[in-house]
Design a protein around this ligand. Structure first.
Ligand code: ADP
Ligand code: MG
Length: 236
């Protein structure tokens, strides 16, 4: 089976300082895959390079078999590779609806249909659709960031630490909604600090440390791995 996204020997640097160092990974259609690892491991940099936000200095990224690592971000979005940043990057002075419509810039024709899809998925956003994004709670802002990504009709969603800053109730709620998206066939690559959530939600996971893949496998095996438990799950 060929991968939906295939990353091979990827290298990404900031001003000659290597941050992603020879990373290879595959994501198949319909899978949810986690990338876990400590702060500064290179997760965000890896995601941005896959999505075309950053240009790698070596290796390749393939999507449906084609090289996409030379493409601009809007070109990868148009093909269905959508990155949802940890910082959310909403427009706080614009309404929920306006933020969502901005997410549809690559698929303007299907905008109405997408809008009813995401508002159906997140009824709370429907209730607050006229409210300024900046007045939403952290959990609602995260829902909006994900929904804005969904407006672009992704085949694969790259979610960067979606649980950051959320109250535990919202984290569980958000994972329930992500599970629905997954059931509908969306492929998800997830970076998380909430390792138990990430490993329960995904089928496979990669452990990134210092820009390299240190370990990978089935998420359920990693949940039971003594080294993972010690480093990431706070089990002595
Ligand atoms: N814009 C940047 N310029 C220079 N260094 C950066 C920049 N962004 C991140 N870094 C560095 O790259 C490394 C990896 O960061 P990052 O990809 O954000 O890791 P993670 O998402 O796993 O926390 C860190 O050492 C970080 O300080
Ligand atoms: Mg990060």
């Amino acid at each position: 089976m060929s991968a939906l996204v295939g990353v091979a020997r990827l290298e990404v640097s900031y001003a000659d300082i290597p941050v992603v160092r020879g990373v290879s990974l595959d994501i198949h259609e319909g899978e949810a895959v986690a990338v876990i690892g400590p702060n500064g491991a290179g997760k965000t940099t890896l995601f941005k390079a896959i999505a075309g936000v950053l240009r790698p200095c070596g290796g390749e990224v393939r999507y449906q078999g084609d090289r996409i690592d030379g493409l601009r971000h809007y070109e990868t979005v148009r093909r269905g590779v959508v990155y949802v940043p940890a910082e959310r990057e909403l427009f706080p002075q614009m309404s929920v609806l306006e933020n969502l419509e901005l997410g549809a810039y690559v698929s303007y024709k299907s905008r109405a249909e997408r809008l009813s899809f995401v508002l159906g998925l997140f009824p709370r956003l429907r209730e607050r659709r006229k409210q300024m994004a900046g007045t939403l709670s952290g959990g609602e802002q995260q829902m909006l960031a994900i929904s804005r990504g969904l407006m672009a009709r992704p085949r694969i969603l790259l979610l960067d630490e979606p649980s950051t800053g959320l109250a535990p109730f919202f984290v569980s709620e958000m994972y329930r909604q992500l599970a629905r998206l997954k059931q509908e066939g969306l492929t998800i690559l997830l970076a998380e600090q909430q390792v138990p959530h990430a490993l329960s939600f995904t089928e496979r996971a990669y452990v990134l440390e210092n820009g390299r893949i240190r370990l990978s496998g089935q998420s359920r095996d990693l949940l039971g791995d003594p080294e993972i438990q010690k480093s990431y799950l706070g089990v002595a």
